[in-house]
Design a protein around this ligand. Sequence first.
Ligand SMILES: [Zn+2]
Length: 211
Amino acid sequence: MDLKKRIEKFKELVFETNREFYLGLEKGQSPHTLFIGCCDSRVNAEVLFQAEAGELFQIRNVANIVPREEDPDDNLSVVSALEYAVKVLKVKNIIVCGHSNCGGCAAIRKLNDYKDNLPDTVKWISHSSRISEYIDNKYPDMEEEEKLVLLEKLNAIQQLHNLMTYDFIRHSYESGELAIQAYYYDIGTGSISVYDYENEFSDILKEIALN
Ligand SMILES: [Zn+2]
């Protein structure tokens, strides 16, 4: 894997043949969408949305989590990107994208297995541990594989509610300037499920009572 060669190729084959486009980007950015996704290398936002440079402002973290405003943890990395995207860039959409085979969500199901080796990861993903506990209580007979898929979906949708704990986001949403949706990307089929703020899982999330 020669990363230096790849970047040279970018300059030669992509940049040089699209020089006008890149010169335009030099003037500034005006992304239409804030994409909040997992760190997972298989979730390729530009490919999924067929987007060019300059279209997607992005926050990536393990298990695509947005800490709630009242959470005491230090989450300035996420919050500062939210502030900049919504207040300064005035993005029109926020997409929280969960995905299948998510290692972060699988770890939420087994926090004890990871707490010694990955203490900070466990602290981070524990933001969503209540969703996992709820699934165990509500669906004790569900297969583990199904529970994980449900967690991956509910976790993405829960983040819409977490976003709403920030006044500046809720105001933009309520005034119609900002649309928010959760997507669930199934890596093995290429299909994407789309969930609005109000969706088929809303009642479940109310029961989890993080709302
Ligand atoms: Zn993931």
